[in-house]
Design a protein around this ligand. Sequence first.
Ligand code: FES
Ligand code: FES
Length: 163
Amino acid sequence: MPRTISFILNGRRVTVEVEPNELLLNVLREKLGVLGPKYACGIGECGACTVLVDGEPVLSCLTLAVDVDGKTVTTIEGLAKDGELDLIQKAFLEASAIQCGYCTPGFIMVAKKLLEENPNPTEEEIRDYIRGNLCRCTGYVNIVKAIKLAAEKLREMKEKKIQ
Ligand code: FES
Ligand code: FES
């Protein structure tokens, strides 16, 4: 039987009717028009569908929509503020870490969590953290550069705020 769920999506409460076996990725894309999280493998192996649920990265292709009832979901669409891209999005552009862009929302959501946990990650730590995300175009070098660049900019911003 369908069930009505309600959650905060990118800062706005949404209420939607879902089937008990409906996946979060499909609900976001097909019922709520949120197209940032991508469908690629559909079996939890590529990370293209990554979103944050209560701040934690989850694979929306493996998450039941009913499980986010009452929670907070952030997708790539929720990062820009007042029309200005988030610092990590800007770093991906600056480091040319995007080619076809299909994997990019997933990488950026994971990078967001990484930099919250570890503001100064080494290259090895970055590569380890993004190991669940696949990119068929870039060879990862510029993605790692972009995350390092975002980390630097975030640290600079924090230092300015302290002064
Ligand atoms: S589409 Fe979800 S992990 Fe690949
Ligand atoms: S930029 Fe094309 S898959 Fe990553």
